[in-house]
Design a protein. Structure first.
Length: 405
């Protein structure tokens, strides 16, 4: 059985207000070609299809058009689960219509997929969180665990007694029990698979999908997964990687660099060939960078303007850092962005604070978001998360009087 694993598309995502849909469309064109070239029998998409619960119409249309092409007339089965960015009900609303194209969609961990024909393949048996499928004559048992929030886990365990609940107090213990229960559905004559969207401890979480749960309550260990799974397809972490302590588990990573922290690694999808009772053959298929994110470090405002002129026709996103002993004036910012339209931010880099020459003039002419970025970087020595800045700007825009001082 030939399988392709991908995740974390985040269709509809913006970067500093700029749409990434053109890049996402290029990736999906390549992805369809990869699946055709590999003659995939099964495609696993491990969550975060969209970037928000209410994605733009163009993102949804792009998703549906891609699924149709991946189907190859119903010959290929595509299994999709929701991630923490997806609205489960919205994602799975088209499920009944998608069956003719061999598409299976699970929104929550206790989803029961209807049995029957899915394109040219079949789901012969199913229950909460699992399916038994026959794909081109081969059998596959697939455990489906979409993003398991505390609320969704509570729904899974609604029928538990108080004694049962006390046995599994932590989030990780509940996830472990869930997989233990689902593992019982594996049959000896089938390929054993898992598709899930969660964060495993010790995975490298560089990128825009950082764990923000207090106390790490949504972290699990690699030991929670079934030991006899042939392959475990994971989503949620944007950096492609193997899971520590569980060699058959992989994060495919996101197909596009979504911020400047992600540019250090290559994007990919994963190809797997596996048959019952045999070890899986796993290959990484690299993806091109459709529009690179670059960090320009400039020695002065004049140097920054010259760099813009030199690369005005280069197709790239730019985070610009400019050494200066004063705030960058609005006219200079406008001049840079007029030459190079894809500048995402311009951050002044001041002399060390203990240098007496670092006294700064009044910042009235500096945009508020630039001031916030600079203050945060000087205070914590890291760049502010884009999601945090966006949330702050939404609050400020609702109460603009708070930015006047």
């Amino acid at each position: 059985m030939k399988i392709i694993h991908t995740a974390d598309w985040h269709l509809g995502k913006n970067i500093e207000g700029h749409s990434r849909l053109p890049e996402q469309e290029l990736f999906l064109q390549d992805f369809v070609q990869i699946c055709e070239k590999e003659k995939a029998d099964l495609i696993l998409i491990a969550g975060d299809i969209y970037d928000s619960y209410n994605p733009p119409a163009l993102a949804e249309q792009l998703f549906y058009d891609t699924l149709k092409q991946l189907s190859r007339g119903g010959a290929c089965m595509t299994v999709i689960i929701s991630g923490n960015h997806d609205a489960p009900e919205r994602l799975t609303a088209s499920g009944p219509l998608a069956r003719d194209h061999g598409i299976v969609m699970a929104g929550t961990p206790n989803t029961v997929i209807p049995t029957g024909k899915y394109g040219k393949n079949e789901i012969t048996e199913s229950g909460p969180g699992y399916i038994h499928a026959t794909i081109h004559g081969e059998k596959a048992d697939i455990l489906l665990v979409p993003f398991p929030s505390e609320k969704r886990l509570a729904e899974v365990y609604l029928d538990e007694t108080k004694e049962d609940v006390q046995k599994a107090e932590s989030y990780g213990q509940r996830i472990h029990r869930l997989f233990d229960r689902l593992e019982e559905q594996y049959k000896p004559d089938a390929v054993h698979l898992v598709v899930s969207h969660l964060f495993v401890m010790n995975s490298v979480e560089d990128g825009s999908e950082r764990s923000i749960q207090l106390g790490g309550s949504y972290l699990v260990g690699g030991e929670v997964f079934p030991k006899n799974a042939d392959y475990i397809a994971l989503g949620h972490v944007h950096k492609p990687q193997r899971v520590p302590g569980c060699p058959q588990a992989r994060y495919s990573g996101s197909p596009i660099h979504y911020n400047q922290r992600e540019i250090a690694y290559e994007n990919q999808v994963i190809a797997i060939e596996v048959h019952p009772g045999l070890s899986a053959n796993i290959r990484e298929i690299p993806l091109p960078v459709y529009k690179p994110i670059e960090i320009w470090q400039c020695e002065s405002i004049e140097d920054a303007l010259e760099r813009c002129k030199e690369h005005e026709d280069k197709d790239c996103w730019v985070y610009m850092e400019v050494k200066t002993d004063h705030y960058i004036h609005e006219e200079d910012i406008k001049a840079m962005k007029k030459i190079k339209a894809d500048i995402l931010s311009i951050r002044p880099v001041f002399p060390d604070s203990d240098n007496s020459s670092s006294a700064l003039p009044e910042p009235e002419e500096q945009p508020f978001d630039v001031l916030v970025r600079d203050f945060y970087h000087k205070k914590f020595h890291v760049d502010m998360e884009e999601e945090t800045l966006q949330l702050l700007m939404e609050i400020v825009n609702e109460h603009p009087e708070n930015t006047k001082g």
